[in-house]
Structures are given as structure tokens and as C-alpha cells.
Design a protein around this ligand. Structure first.
Ligand SMILES: [Zn+2]
Length: 306
């Protein structure tokens, strides 16, 4: 999709209305953008046309995709491939009209990675947005999506996605909205549930699994994404350690034992885990609450002067 100048500068997809219209015209004429041939992600390819006779083809690039586990964008190697360098044409699937039938590949798209196909009750499209959001969250939870635990927050998320899927005529693309929710709150994979990939040192398995678990719990509680992803990044670092973690404090402080992605606060949290077998903040996240910001240092009572 062509991006507005502001969008380009901010690396965010902020589209001007003119861009949206241009994109729709482009899509009507040449079809949708295909999924990336390398990373298979939908909506990650962009095309730059060479001239007016482009025929819907040009220089295709993959913008990579967001990996919620590391809280960062993963670059895609498609851009270095022969197909990308030579400007090989990409097959564009048919453009979808608002309110039109969903083609098979779109239905698959929505069901991808889920245990059972998603079905929307009859008349779902006619529900008022707030009711649709409530029902949508039920469907998300039924399929194990990691939407916020707090009902209000979850509903707000669904509402925003539903509104974003509305076209100029006010038709809601609720299947698309569900797709957006699925992307934002993906179902946990079996591996993630089990604590992520195996660590280099088996003695760190419990800590890695706990970091992975608190990451997901923090996300579900709508914790600040930076804070939540810090746990996933820490898990990644701990997994690579060849030795058994025995001192959380030293991991978070400059020095020989410093571990990448772990600062003083996380170090202290890890120490707490080593001492107690659980994270202090986990209880809050499990209730869908955000814990008080920083763990307070223990108060030292001044001895009264005699
Ligand atoms: Zn790609």
C-alpha cells in the first residue's frame, strides 16, 4: 500500500485518505498483494512501480513482520532473493469487495493456526459495534487467542479493530477484524506453552519457562509492551547461557556476570524467582492487573538514637 509521507517518516502505517483510495483503485485493477513467498506473511509485501505501464507489477519488497515473542520486527530474506532483485512478477489474488463472499484462501487465512474453524453466528454482521465487540471477544477466547483478560480492555481492543474494518459505506469486515485481533493476540503455540525452545543449559529450563509465562501473562494484562517484551528478551538471553543461573542480581549489573537484555530490575526479579520459585509480579498479571511500577527496595528502619 502506498504510504503517506508522515507514515514513511514514522515507519507507521498512517494512511492519508488519498492513499487509501489509491490503494483501492490499485487493488480493483490489479488484485490484492500476495503473501511474501519467503516468510509467508500476509500484508508484508510492498510494490514500487517503475512507470505508468507497470501492469500491477514492479519491485516487490518484504517489510518483514512483527514477532511478538521478541517484541521486534524480523527482517525477511526475500529482499535478497533473485526474485526480488530481478523484479520478478508476483501473482496477485483477486481484490475483495466489501460485503462480498470470502474466497477460500481468506477463510483459510482466518483459521490458520487455530484448532477449529472460526464460525460467526448468523446475523453477526448486523450487530451494533459494541455488541459485536462483546461477541467477538467471546469468539477470540473460545479459540484461545491471548486477548486481554480484563473484559473492558478486551472489548475496547475488539471495538477498535471492528471500527478499523469499516469501509466507506459503513459495512463491517468482521472477518478482517477477527484477523487483526488474531495478529495482535496470537494463540500460544504448544512450544510457547511449554516454556519456549529448550535452553542451552537444562538447569535454566524452569526460569526460561517462567519468563515465557510471565511475558504472556503481562501481555494479556495489557502491560506496557516494552515491559512485557523485556521478559521475552530476557528468556531469549537466558536460553543461550551455557551455565546455570544462580545470581540474578549480578546478571543485571555491569560486570563479568552481566547478561544481555537484563537490567537491575529484571535481575532483582530473577533473584526473587531463584529464591521463591515464582515471580512476584506474576500474581498481578494473572489477575489481569498491572503490578505497582517498581519493586520497592526494603525499607531500612533507622535505629532510634539512645
Ligand atoms: Zn517476507
Amino acid at each position: 500500500m502506498p504510504m503517506s509521507e508522515t507514515g514513511k517518516k514514522n515507519k507507521k502505517y498512517m494512511y492519508k485518505k488519498a492513499d487509501l483510495v489509491a490503494h483501492c483503485v490499485d487493488g480493483e485493477k490489479w488484485g490484492r498483494y500476495p503473501p511474501c513467498p519467503v516468510c509467508q506473511k500476509k500484508a508484508s509485501l510492498r510494490v514500487t512501480y517503475e512507470d505508468a505501464n507497470h501492469g500491477g507489477q514492479g519491485q516487490w519488497k518484504c517489510h518483514g513482520y512483527w514477532d511478538s515473542n521478541i517484541g521486534g520486527v524480523v527482517r525477511c530474506s526475500f529482499n535478497y532473493s533473485e526474485a526480488a532483485k530481478s523484479g520478478a512478477p508476483q501473482e496477485r489474488p483477486a481484490w475483495r469487495h466489501p460485503g462480498g463472499e470470502y474466497s477460500d484462501d481468506e477463510q483459510e487465512d482466518v483459521n490458520e493456526g487455530l484448532d477449529k474453524p472460526v464460525t460467526f453466528p448468523e446475523g453477526f454482521g448486523e450487530l451494533p459495534p459494541m455488541e459485536m465487540a462483546t461477541e467477538m471477544i467471546k469468539i477470540c477466547r473460545e479459540h484461545g487467542l491471548t486477548v486481554p483478560k480484563d473484559d473492558q480492555l478486551a472489548m475496547r481492543e475488539a471495538y477498535v479493530k471492528i471500527m478499523a474494518s469499516e469501509d466507506y459505506e459503513g459495512n463491517t469486515d468482521y472477518v478482517g477484524a477477527f484477523g487483526l485481533l488474531k495478529e495482535a493476540y496470537p494463540k500460544q503455540t504448544a512450544e510457547q506453552k511449554a516454556g519456549g525452545p529448550a535452553p542451552a543449559n537444562a538447569d535454566n529450563a524452569a526460569l526460561c519457562a517462567a519468563l515465557e509465562a510471565i511475558f504472556h501473562a503481562a501481555k494479556a494484562a495489557n502491560e506496557d509492551p516494552m515491559k512485557a517484551s523485556a521478559y521475552a528478551k530476557a528468556a531469549m538471553s537466558v536460553r543461550n547461557l551455557p551455565y546455570k543461573v544462580e545470581d540474578g542480581i549480578k546478571m543485571g549489573k555491569p560486570g563479568k556476570m552481566k547478561v544481555e537484555n537484563i537490567g537491575p530490575s529484571l535481575g532483582a526479579q530473577i533473584q526473587y524467582f531463584l529464591d521463591h520459585g515464582k515471580f512476584e509480579r506474576m500474581e498481578y498479571y494473572e489477575r489481569g492487573e498491572i503490578p505497582p511500577s517498581a519493586p520497592k527496595p526494603p525499607k531500612k528502619e533507622k535505629a532510634p538514637k539512645a
